[in-house]
Structures are given as C-alpha cells and as structure tokens.
Design a protein around this ligand. Structure first.
Ligand code: UDP
Ligand code: MG
Length: 352
C-alpha cells in the first residue's frame, strides 16, 4: 500500500471523530519486527495472545520478517495461518534493519492505535493494556521507559547519553528513546510512514509530529533467547543518523568555529598593533603578523565551509520532505471530521 499524499486525500480517508465512551472499541495493531528470533517466537505468541484477547478490543498483529535466515518466517506463517490469531506477516526481501522493518509494518496496519514491540520478550506484552490506557487519556504517543534495564552496563550508559542527545535534537525530552514498547495514534503512524526516510529513527520521528507525548515506566527483561542484533558499530550508526536526521548542528559547528577564529584573530591583531605602538618594531614582529594573517584566512575558510554547509543542509531539509505541519481534524457546523488529507505540503521542516 503506497502512502502518497494523493492516496491520503481520498474521500474515504475523511471520517467522523469517534467520541464513544471509553474504553474505545478501536482496532489495535501490534507491530513486531523479527530478525532471527526463532528461539523466542513461540513464547512470544504464548504470552501475547492472551493479553490481546483480554484487552476487550479488536486487534491485529503485523509481524515483519526482516530477512530472517532461521525458521522465524515459517513460524510466523504458521501463526498467521490461523484466522483466529488475526495475524499477518510482511516478509521483507532481505534484512533492512529494525527501523526500516517497523516503517514497513506501519504501512500495513489498519488499526486506530498502533503498538510496537520487540520480538525477544525484553518488552513484556503484559504491559500493552497500560499503554492503551495512556492513549485513552488523550496522548498521541506513549513511550515505554525501561527504568530497570536488563542489558549490559555499557549498553545502559551509552543509552543514557543517547537519550540526552535525542531529547535535545528532537526537542521532546524523554528518558528512553530506545525502548520499542510504544503506542501511537493512527495519524502519527501515517505521517511517519509518509516520510519514507532512509535513515529513520521511528520514536524520534513520531515525537516530532505529536502534540501530547507521555512516558510510562515499563518492565524490562533480559533477552529470552538468541542474541542482540546490535553491536557497537550499528549503535554508533543509529546515533549518528539521529543527530544528522534531526539537526544541522554538525554543519553549524563549522560556521561557529570560523567566527570564533575570527574573533580570536582580531584580538590577536589588536594586541600586535598595541605592542608595536608601545614598544616599537620588534625583530620577530613580521612572523607574528604572518600568523595573524594566516588565522584570518583559516577563519575565512571555516566560515565559507559553514556557509556552503548551510546551503547543503537546507537542500537536505527540502529533499527529506518532512511535513511542515499536520492537520488533525476540521471542525465546522456539521461536526468534527478527521482529515488526513492535509499533511503539511511536502516541504522540508524549517524547524529541524
Ligand atoms: N530486529 C530487526 N532487524 C534487525 C535487527 C533487529 O527486525 O536488523 C528486531 C529484532 O528481531 C528484535 C528487535 O528488532 O525484535 C530489537 O532487536 P534486539 O533485541 O537485537 O535489540 P536490543 O534489544 O539488543 O537493542
Ligand atoms: Mg532486545
């Protein structure tokens, strides 16, 4: 299913806001990215299914097989074959990475609220009703916060730094951007899916479109089976994606460096001039003047690089086509209408 803005503007996409009493009987979609998780899938389903049945709402489960090389795909297909399970499998052609897989899942969900979850049982499925309750309170995004993490010490420290940086560049402070146990309202998921970014970081992208975001503490367990799919390199790449995906700070550091060099150099030149006037010409004076001239050009080069970078950065913002704004509903004399057709043009977001 494509997500061009044309598809979103079809009349059937405009429907009345649901104001029925809580708990709203909306369809809940569960999105699970799976990459070589055959050791965990049976147990995952054994725990997930009763939770969903107990929620008292219609549900669907969308598994994304991210190019698994083990038995994961056939196990998922077995689950999906039983109509009582309300499960589907989106099979990707190869391994594209967790966030790409989630994006693929977002394009195949039908639910009004979407919950993402890891397949390795580090995120207990039993927490899903609490996420849904937080959505019912009117939040657009509910993040899980793994206060008591069962990961290596080095993972915990690096992720603390990661969360600080992410909170800063996204502008929405959160304790735990890395936790995939999260719930989103449909309009957020549609917008994230419409972005089609190559280096997307789903929780950060979602937060940048949400009005009400909250965080609830969730339990976290050690991996049930198999091993983590992330190593030091892939984690570093994820962090770098995030910084370059949400800010132009690396480019702006260049311009600022240029300006700082200029200011220091001006001070240095003033000092040389004063020295010359007070003490007269010095034997090694020419050398210092040469330094002052050199630093003038160094500052100029940094500034020029920063300026070029600023233009490149703006081109980047434009080509990324993140919406500038997002209309959630239209209110008129016939009532309230949800309108997904107006996803803020396709201009780059000037604020990021
Ligand atoms: N995953 C994926 N594609 C990948 C890597 C991971 O779909 O290329 C899935 C994986 O199967 C799991 C989730 O993403 O369901 C989180 O992965 P993992 O548990 O290895 O990450 P960690 O918990 O170590 O951060
Ligand atoms: Mg895990």
């Amino acid at each position: 299913m494509g997500f061009s803005s044309r598809a979103l503007s079809l009349p059937e996409k405009i429907y009345r806001l649901d104001d029925s009493p809580r708990p709203a009987p909306y369809l809940v979609s569960i999105v699970i990215a799976v990459y070589n998780e055959s050791a965990n899938l049976r147990e995952l389903w054994r725990r997930l299914w009763p939770v969903l049945e107990g929620c008292g709402r219609p549900y669907e489960v969308v598994f994304i097989d991210d190019g698994s090389a083990d038995d994961s795909l056939s196990m998922l297909r077995d689950i999906a074959q039983d109509p009582g399970n309300h499960a589907r499998v989106v099979e990707l052609a190869r391994n594209f990475g967790q966030h790409a897989a989630i994006m693929a899942g977002f394009r195949h969900v039908r639910g009004e609220v979407i919950v993402t979850l890891d397949a390795d049982l580090q995120n207990p499925p039993e927490e899903i009703p609490r996420l849904l309750a937080a959505i019912d309170e009117g939040n657009d995004v509910v993040g899980g916060w793994r206060e008591d993490r069962h990961d290596s010490r080095y993972r915990r420290y690096s992720s603390r730094l990661h969360n600080r940086v992410t909170s800063l560049v996204v502008g929405v402070p959160m304790h735990d951007y890395g936790c995939m146990l999260r719930a989103y309202r449909r309009h957020i998921v549609d917008t994230v899916a419409a972005c089609d970014e190559k280096a997307a970081f789903v929780p950060a992208l979602a937060n940048s479109f949400a009005k009400r975001v909250t965080e609830i503490k969730v339990a976290h367990d050690a991996r049930a089976g198999g091993s983590s799919k992330y190593n030091l390199l892939s984690l570093a790449r994820l962090s770098l994606n995030l910084i370059t995906g949400f800010s132009l700070i690396p480019i702006q550091v260049l311009s600022v460096t240029g300006i700082v060099v200029f200011i220091l150099d001006a001070g240095f030149a003033a000092f040389l001039l004063a020295h010359r006037m007070i003490y007269g010409p010095q034997e090694e004076g020419a050398m210092w003047v040469l330094f002052a001239v050199l630093f003038f050009f160094v500052g100029l080069v940094f500034l020029a690089l920063g300026l070029i970078g600023e233009f490149v950065g703006r081109i980047y913002l434009e080509v990324r086509k993140r919406p500038t704004y997002l209309v959630r509903a239209i209110h008129d004399d016939t009532g309230d209408h949800r309108d997904h057709s107006d996803i803020g043009g396709t201009r780059g977001d000037a604020s990021n």
